[in-house]
Design a protein around this ligand. Structure first.
Ligand code: CA
Length: 490
């Protein structure tokens, strides 16, 4: 690669560097500035390498020129030496000739044989003169050639001096330009370093400030969390204590219940209903218990409601999901059906036997579709002796959610004083079979007025008289979702 091409490449490097650097300056991100800075340093190193190569090339060329000049000097020296030798030789020849001439003159003056000498001399002088002439011509030629060589040497030397001067000037200019560029680059690098340092300081301050804020937030959150945790621990401790207390109470209740239940399987435990079970002193839960009927001493299972209105209620009818079919014959109503812990009918004979032994209240609880609840309570409930199981119902004590109807209201419609009818045991006061017509079993009058608790189990939209209902309003006549009928000692 010659010098011009290298200079051209160098200029290209400079342009490239300027472009890169101007782009570098436009960057704001410190990481990008760092990357550009690295590239810039690489470019500077490449340029420095090129300068070294240029310097080396210049030196080599300069050495070559020096060698050439030295060679020329040597040649010139040799030429001079040759010329001197030749000149000496010619001078020697001339001297010889001159001596010979002198000698021949002496011979002419002293020799007594001048003719032969003259002849000899004329013969030798012609040859010597010719030789001398040749020598002179050769010398002239040599001199002329010597002058030409000297001229050429001067021209070459001038030319080389001029080229060396040009090269030196170019070299000095390049070095000066490189020094200027280097200075400029160093200045720009310093500027970038300063800016980067400032950016780094600002970023460090920002990070530090953010860290301080985060730390404060973190401390606040931790304190809040710790406080919450303490509160939670306290709550959990209270809950645990309450739970332990509750578990202890329930365990005690279960133990009492077990004792009571087991006791009632023995002949010594003779409670006739849930009222007596409750008043026996144990803290009891609602559920199925065994009682002994007061007259026939029959042990039967009954469901006791120990919650409603003080508890002690013996349930004789319970419906809440339609799982048990209540359209049944008289015998089944007399003896009972269903599961005591689910939907069931206790049995007319058991209701009759228990309620005949004392004063009992009758309570009806019901729930309409949509969760509206109601109840109806009467005094003096019992079933008269005999197989018709005629119902006695006293005054209404309290009620909720029952409209104008009641169990002992209108003489032609209320249940009070009526016998119990099923589809196969029509003892109602109407010519037709009320139980069959209205798909129930009840103390039908002629036939009933909005109260048909053992009829078909209907849905939320059912509003017909053959569906389970109790004291509906004339407006809705909707079926019930659940109903419970029970008694307890007054
Ligand atoms: Ca009838």
């Amino acid at each position: 690669m010659d010098f011009k091409n290298k200079m051209l490449m160098y200029m290209l490097y400079l342009v490239l560097f300027k472009t890169v650097f101007s782009q570098l300056l436009s960057e704001t991100s410190s990481s990008r500035i760092f990357k550009r800075f690295d590239r810039l340093e690489n470019d500077v190193l490449v340029i420095r390498d090129d300068v070294l190569v240029i310097r080396k090339a210049l030196k080599e060329e300069s050495d070559i020129f020096r060698e050439d000049i030295s060679t020329l000097f040597n040649e010139l020296r040799n030429l001079r030496k040759d010329m001197d030798e030749e000149r000496k030789r010619r001078i020697g020849d001339i001297s010889t000739v001159s001596n010979r001439l002198t000698e021949s003159g002496q011979v002419e003056r002293n020799d007594k044989q001048p003719v032969s000498i003259t002849q000899q001399l004329s013969c030798d002088c012609g040859a010597v003169a010719s030789q001398y002439k040749n020598v002179i011509n050769a010398f002239k030629n040599e001199k002329s050639e010597n002058i030409v060589l000297r001229k050429k040497f001067d021209e070459i030397r001038k030319k080389h001096d001029f080229e060396i001067g040009n090269l030196l000037e170019m070299f000095n200019n390049n070095v000066s330009g490189l020094k200027s560029t280097d200075k400029s680059l160093r200045s720009e690098i310093d500027t970038i370093k300063t800016e980067t340092k400032a950016n780094l300081s600002a970023t460090q301050k920002l990070v530090h400030d953010s860290f301080v804020v985060c730390q404060k937030d973190n401390n606040y959150a931790r304190a809040y969390f710790d406080e919450g945790l303490m509160r939670l621990n306290a709550s959990l401790t209270n809950l645990s204590l309450n739970a332990i207390h509750e578990i202890s109470r329930i365990t005690s209740d279960i133990a009492s219940l077990k004792t009571q239940t087991q006791g009632c399987y023995t002949s010594s435990c003779e409670v006739k209903d849930c009222s007596e079970l409750l008043s026996s002193g144990a803290a009891l839960l609602s559920g199925v218990y065994t009682v002994t009927t007061p007259l026939t001493h029959t042990k039967i299972e009954v469901y006791c409601d120990m919650v409603t209105d003080g508890g002690g209620w013996t349930v004789f009818q319970r419906r809440f999901n339609g799982s048990v079919d209540f359209y049944r014959n008289f015998s089944e109503y007399e003896n009972g059906f269903g599961q005591k812990d689910g939907e069931h009918w206790l049995g007319l004979k058991f209701i009759q036997e228990i309620t005949s032994s004392g004063a009992y209240q009758l309570r009806v609880d019901f729930k309409r579709w949509g969760e509206t609840k109601g109840y109806d309570v009467y005094e003096n409930f019992s079933l008269q002796p005999g197989t018709n199981y005629t119902i006695n119902i006293g005054s209404r004590l309290q009620s909720l959610g029952v409209f104008k109807h009641s169990l002992n209201g209108a003489p032609n419609n209320s249940a009070a004083g009526c016998a119990f009818s099923t589809y196969d045991h029509d003892v109602d006061k109407h010519p037709m079979n009320c139980a069959e017509t209205y798909r129930g079993a009840w103390w039908y009058n002629a036939c009933f007025d909005a109260i048909n608790p053992n009829a078909l189990y209907g849905g939320p939209e059912t509003h017909e008289a053959r569906y389970m209902m109790y004291g509906f309003s004339d407006a809705d006549r909707l079926a019930l979702a659940a109903i419970t009928m029970m008694f307890k000692q007054a």
